[in-house]
Design a protein around this ligand. Sequence first.
Ligand code: XUL
Length: 563
Amino acid sequence: MPSSSLDLLGSGLFLGFDSSTQSLKATAVDDKLRVVASQCVNFDSELPQYGTRGGVLHREKEGSITAPCIMWVEALELLLGKLAAEKFPFHKVVALSGSGQQHGSVYWRKGAAQLLGDLDVAGDDDLAAQLRDRAFSTHDSPVWMDSSTTQQCRAIEEALGGAASVASLTGSRAYERFTGPQIRKLYETQPEVYGDTERISLVSSFMASIFLGRYASIDYSDAAGMNLMDLEKRCWSHAMLEATAPGLEQRLGPLAASHEVAGNIHPFFVRKYSFSSECLVVHWSGDNPCSLAAGLALEHPGDIAISLGTSDTLVFFQVFGVTRNPQPGLEGHVFPNPVDVMNSYMAMLCYKNGSLTREDMRDRYAGGSWQKFNLLLQQSPPLNEGKLVFFYKEPEILPPLPAGMQRYVVDGDSVSEVAGEFSPSEEVRGLVEGQFASMRAHAERIGLPMPPNRIIATGGASANQQLVQLMANVFACDVYQAQQTDSASAGAAIRAAQGWASHRQQRFVPLSELIHNTAAAPNDSAVFLKLVASAQSCDDGYERMAATRAKIEQQLLLARHSC
Ligand code: XUL
């Protein structure tokens, strides 16, 4: 019976998991979307028997990066055990869902469906003991960090008539870490393993399968990270399947909408952890879609999230945005939005040189102090009198340019390269304005409306007021900061709530309706966003700067390819 919209979430709890590269996390929210519990298992330190570093195994000889899929099963029981030890009320959970590291794949051996269906509920064996030696055709699950499939990517693109055709069909050109090229490599290099495989899951659908005790479908959103799904039609693309491996469709199973209920939790979890037998499992999805769409309430076309890492290692600097009109091309990725999977899309752009280069300049000109870096930023005027800095410490992904540094002065229509350094404050402003202007240009190219509706800034550097103010000015919109740190598992919990409400109401419940009708007082809610900066007018100066930077990038790319 559909209930009233004011009673969307009843009075139960919603449990979200995040099966990420280095750990498995859980976050529970209540009917007001307040976080009531969270727990985590770190793979390296708490499951040292698997010998992972950063949650993965570097197989130097084969040049691949994998993770033992059985470790994730063992981690799940460890995590549930930790929650049980602190008396988490499993019986109150009405729905659960999860997020998984994108692209990673699990290979179920022939007969595994039967094994899952026959899980021993009454005995003492844990799940890992029941599945370890019998359920998988290989224990090595290739993960997103693997980049050993260049040959397969080129072959797939060639079969489809080029990279642009693959991008427009699937949302991304063929990428090494994407699941299709990984499957093709497995088929080519270990045909016996492929032959012995009855089902292929993503990390997300794998974990959902464990909770269900039968194979879960891959959801539309995470499926877009495989180079196998027709993005527009939301079905497997026969051309992509054929270019990847024979007999693949039956091994992938049917696709599902991300907010749909996959089924009831398996009796194993009811007996061992006292879950209710009524607890629903909502399809799991990818970590980026969960984190950004649900965890940050990034739902409306025109919303953008920018994640600014702080570490000085290789941090990916990501821009996500919601759009109804994606333009998948040779750069970036497009996924169906998991909280509005039939109508809108998320675009994702990854950069390598975000914090890395800002930290380099902080150390060079500001003695390692962010405070001094911020003062330098303020000493030059907006638009930096036309001075632009291009600085890549590592080969960049977007645009694909080698490490290096170039400086230009723009005066009206004339652009001239300069040899020497600018002043410290011009260097700092030139770099940061340039990073945001470049993001603005790429975001527009992939189909994100400009200026955006709003930006949600996350990651350590989003606490830097000068940076977020400049971001607001360059993009000409308000910038909000997310308060929730575990946004992938919190996002999964919110997706569980959305799936449960949609199931009960027998209609699709939009995230905005859920948040509007249920969320607690702002400070308590997992989806609370704080306004941190509003745009200060600069006419169309930054719009022109973004266009000029994009032109210079094109020239640098052309020069690179003609060398
Ligand atoms: C996205 C990607 C990574 C993983 C991390 O394309 O490869 O962000 O999802 O878990």
